[in-house]
Design a protein around this ligand. Structure first.
Ligand code: NOJ
Length: 958
């Protein structure tokens, strides 16, 4: 059965069929598939004589045959560049010469004539200069056949081969083909032609829905200069300017990524068939309230990054385009595959406007791929540690008393939490930077009270600004001409929470400066240093706009249309807010949550998956969504715990906290019409279980922070799919209901099914695994049955890992900053284990100047010694931080799986640090062995109080 796109949403949101460029390009693909590849004759040709190689880049021109309306055709030049970057990625760009250069007659004067070419400017921060070490290796015979070859990347192990005859670009790694651009010849670019006199157009070309009235090939490229959907008219002053191309991954069985969709982790086929979609995946930032699960529909964010994975290889592509984008995916059967290999994935990317700008990354494995993508778009910003604690939110905490009472209840019930949130009702009439005075008469005192308990407040600030005389933010924004404009160049007005509003145009550097000014401590009345920000509705959401968003013909800074920059806007707004907080408190790491995002948003702050519902299917889909975000570089992500809409049952909310304790961003949130559901209101025994989940989160905080730190320099997400640990196990590729958690080796499978009290955890590799709670030993690839009563989170610890925990119960993360550590060691089959701790002050920017510690722990089975060594580079300047934690010690070490026979009757082990040594007591819980001598439950050796100091080198001899 094909997964349907819900009809109710069809009226509000476009389908491919109601989006002319998508429909046209799909038809184009259908036409191509009807003929043999040799007979497919698109109107494009790549002139081999134009191709040149110079210093890391191949350049040349594609020519498009365009009918000029009089029956004859002209050739439109589309210059291309294939650039080989030092980071190892290749970048393919195609532009439209006449728009990039000349003053075109008839081109609308109020708009920029170039095709939008700034998506990479916003998304990419990596070095884009060509790698001059790449080498051009075409032989004379190649050149005679119009074949251009360049070797590049590490040790020249990558090779790009451009074929002029069919305009394909093949990418090889170590002589094996991995990615093909334009494999099916679906490259297609609408090019500029002045608006024809309507009266001269044939009836056929005036048809609104399908401008080409049928087969696309050999039709005139005039098209409607207007489009209607859902009662809204989109004037298209620049005419049609879509760009499309297909990308194949020969021999790859699965693709992942392109968030945001509420769908399985492994992307499905989109052209119908059992279990597939019949719509392309869409990337178009929209306020898709009450979104449907198992759907390819557009959601709040858009990251056009796709990973293809197969046994032995991971590769990826980044389609750098901020316009409405649709992606079709099909899998070829062996017979259909043009490469003579098992199964291949063919994708077809279609965007409404912009240049073609695509980056190809050749791995070879997932970690290398994430590094390559991060080298382009940046890595997750290292978040302040409190933001990895628990966040309590609802729409709305009604007053200061309410906030402080909730805060006090966390203490009364002994539940740790770090941040309480205020939704839109705190404002005076939804005017941001103001307070609803009767309910929040002294917000600064409220924040000070929270600060005393080392807690923070997050307040929501949305991009719509109420249009009201006397509201200074509006007046100044408007007066200084910093708003988004409508198609006539006037201030754009639409409806959102405050009623009639305008929107700040954060593409404009002056608007960013204006925004920074609003947040200044002295200016944002009632604002204290422990106030952080939540950016919502930044798709932008416009209640009376097309697809609940801004009209595509609106105009932004730089005279670009909204259609060009739509998916980027949310990121620019998030960026402006983060810049504002950074300017306000330069020594503090800012925290700003966003709903809308684009590639690169991971550098800016956290994201959540929007308005889910208190239903089991939303709990189920949250994990695949988090996995998808993680592999697309956006690892600091979470879903509303409990479900936003509706009221969760006690069982559902309990299970949701258990899963949520592992979301990188962990926040309970609820709709204004839902019942109050702070943990203590759920009732026993559920409250107790919820509290245990939150406490577990806090115990694991040092490990979570360490994993986030790793993401911040190599892009490996905290919530990791099976193939990161077992990249060659094909059976595990698509598993998306369990995950590895950071560096801990914990394999977690939260229960997400109503009534379930048992489950099967899949072991993807042949390592030894221990039940995290009782040490039961499991091994051998495959599913293992575990009991999972309501108070249990099924969780195995993979042998070979060491992770840090902090076990003392505290009210918030900052109060843990000087607590001692527990080291948790699970030995692998050879009796070895290793792990990492990253630690800094958790809040300031001092770590950027080297003020942190980075420890490496290794337990060697051979000599029975657990060692702690520094991983810091010698240039690190960690003295200040080290001094501040000089008394912080390890208070317990738990070693699971040690051969306790080696300890004989010992009751102590030897610790060594700073040229001193001492005995430290141990407890031994022996292994339980079955009648065949097999270990059923592993031994646990507890080193009771080793007293070694965390910041220095030490060792313990077992
Ligand atoms: C929509 C957001 O998704 C939701 O989390 C928030 O509570 C409401 N807007 C009100 O601000």
């Amino acid at each position: 059965m094909t997964t349907p796109v819900l009809s109710a949403k069809k009226n509000l949101f476009r389908t491919c069929d109601s989006t002319s460029f998508c429909k046209r390009n799909r038809q184009y693909a259908d036409e191509s598939s009807c003929v043999s590849p040799e007979s497919w004759n698109p109107p494009y040709s790549l002139d081999a004589a134009t191709v040149q190689y110079d210093a890391g880049a191949l350049t040349g021109s594609i020519f498009k045959n365009v009918f000029d309306g009089t029956g004859s055709s002209i050739k439109v030049e589309l210059p291309f560049q294939l650039v080989f970057l030092e980071s190892g990625s290749a970048r393919f760009i195609v532009d439209e010469k006449q728009r990039a250069e000349g003053a075109l007659p008839g081109f609308p004067k109020h708009l920029t004539q170039r095709r939008y070419d700034e998506a990479s400017k916003w998304a990419v921060i990596g070095d884009l200069t060509p790698d001059t070490k790449a080498s051009y290796v075409s032989t004379t015979a190649d050149l005679q056949n119009g074949i251009f070859k360049v070797k590049y990347g590490p040790n020249h192990s990558f090779e790009a081969v451009l074929h002029a005859s069919n305009m394909k670009i093949e990418f090889y790694r170590q002589n094996e083909l991995h990615v093909v651009l334009n494999d099916r010849g679906l490259f297609n670019m609408d090019t500029w032609s002045p608006k024809a006199d309507d009266s001269k157009l044939s009836k056929e070309t005036q048809e609104e829905d399908d401008p080409f009235g049928g087969p696309v090939l050999n039709k005139p490229s005039s098209s409607p200069w207007e489009d209607s959907f859902g009662g809204f008219t989109d004037t298209r002053p620049k005419g049609p300017e879509a760009i499309a191309m297909d990308i194949s991954f020969p021999g790859y069985p699965v693709v992942f990524g392109i968030p945001e969709h509420a769908d399985k982790f492994a992307l499905r086929e989109t052209r119908g068939g059992e279990g597939n979609h019949d719509e392309p995946y869409r990337l178009f930032n929209v306020d898709i309230f009450e979104y449907e699960v198992d759907s390819p529909m557009a959601m709040y964010g858009a990251i056009p990054f796709m990973q293809a994975h197969k046994k032995g290889s991971s590769v990826g592509v980044f389609w750098s385009n901020g316009a409405d984008t649709w992606i079709d995916i099909v899998k070829t059967t062996p017979a259909e595959s043009s490469f003579g290999i098992k199964r291949s994935i063919q994708t077809h990317w279609m965007s409404e406007s912009g240049i073609l700008d695509v980056y190809v990354m050749l791995g070879p494995d997932s970690p290398s791929l994430y590094r390559q993508y991060g080298a382009l778009t940046g890595y997750t910003a290292l978040p302040p540690i409190y933001s990895l604690g628990y966040h309590q939110c609802r729409w709305n905490y009604q007053s200061e008393e309410d906030v402080l009472e909730v805060d006090a209840n966390f203490d009364k019930y002994d539940i740790p939490y770090d941040v309480i949130w205020l939704d839109i009702e705190y404002t005076d009439g939804k005017k941001y930077f103001t307070w609803w005075k009767s309910m929040f008469s002294s917000p600064e005192k409220m924040m000070q009270a929270l600060a005393k308990r080392k807690r923070k407040l997050v307040a929501i600030i949305d991009p719509h600004i109420k249009k009201e005389n006397g509201y200074k933010v509006y007046e100044n924004l408007s007066k200084n001409d910093l708003t988004i404009k409508n198609k006539d160049g006037k201030e754009y007005n639409g409806w959102c929470w405050p009623g009639e509003s305008t929107w700040i145009d954060t593409f404009n550097p002056k608007a960013i400066e204006f925004w920074k000014d609003q947040f200044k401590l002295g200016k944002f009345c009632g604002s204290e240093p422990n106030l952080l920000i939540w950016n919502d509705m930044n798709e932008p959401s416009v209640f009376n706009g097309p697809e609940v968003s801004a009209p595509r013909d609106n105009i932004h800074f730089g005279n670009w249309e909204q259609r060009d920059v739509h998916n980027i806007y949310g990121m620019t707004y998030h960026n402006a807010t983060v810049q504002a907080l950074a300017a306000r408190q330069p020594r503090q790491r800012p925290f700003v949550l966003t709903r809308a995002y684009f590639a690169g948003s991971q550098r800016i702050g956290a994201v959540w998956t929007g308005d889910n519902a208190a239903k089991w299917e939303y709990l189920q889909i949250a994990l695949p969504m988090i996995l998808s975000h993680g592999i697309a570089g956006y690892g600091f992500v979470g879903a509303d715990v409990g479900g936003f809409f509706g009221n969760p049952s006690q069982e559902l909310i309990t299970r949701w906290y258990q899963a949520g304790a592992f979301y990188p961003f962990f926040r309970g949130h609820a709709h204004i019409e839902s019942k109050r559901r702070e943990p203590w209101l759920i009732g026993e025994p559920y409250t107790g279980m919820i509290v245990e989940s939150i406490r577990l989160r806090y115990q694991l905080l040092p490990a979570i922070y360490t994993a986030m730190h790793r993401s911040s320099f190599d892009g490996i997400p905290v919530v990791r799919p099976m193939f990161l640990i077992a990249p060659d196990n094909e059976d595990a590729f698509e598993i998306d209901d369990q995950f590895f958690f950071g560096e801990t080796g914990l394999l977690v499978k939260p229960i997400v099914t109503e009534g379930a009290v048992e489950t099967q955890i899949y072991l993807p590799d042949d390592e030894i695994y221990y039940d995290y709670l009782d040490g039961t030993v499991y091994s051998g690839v495959g599913y293992k049955h575990v009991d999972a009563p309501l108070d249990t989170i099924p969780m195995f610890a993979r042998g070979g890992h060491i992770f840090p925990r902090r076990d003392r119960r505290r009210r918030s993360s900052s109060l843990m900053s000087h607590d001692p550590f527990t080291l948790v060691v699970h030995l692998d089959k050879q009796g070895n284990a290793a792990g990492v701790l990253y630690l800094d002050d958790g809040e300031s920017t001092a770590y950027t100047r080297g003020d942190y510690i980075h420890r490496y722990f290794v337990f060697s089975g051979q000599d029975g010694i657990l060692r702690s060594r520094s991983m810091q580079s010698s240039s690190a300047n960690s003295k200040n931080f080290e001094r501040s934690i000089e008394t912080v010690r390890v208070e317990r070490i738990l070693v699971t799986g040690f051969d306790t026979a080696k300890l004989r009757a010992q009751s102590a082990v030897e610790a060594f640090q700073d040229k001193k040594s001492w005995s430290t007591e141990i407890d031994i819980k022996p292994a339980i062995v079955d009648e065949n001598g097999e270990v059923v439950r592993a031994s646990v050796v507890t080193v009771r109080n080793p007293g070694v100091l965390i910041s220095g080198d030490w060792s313990i001899q077992f």
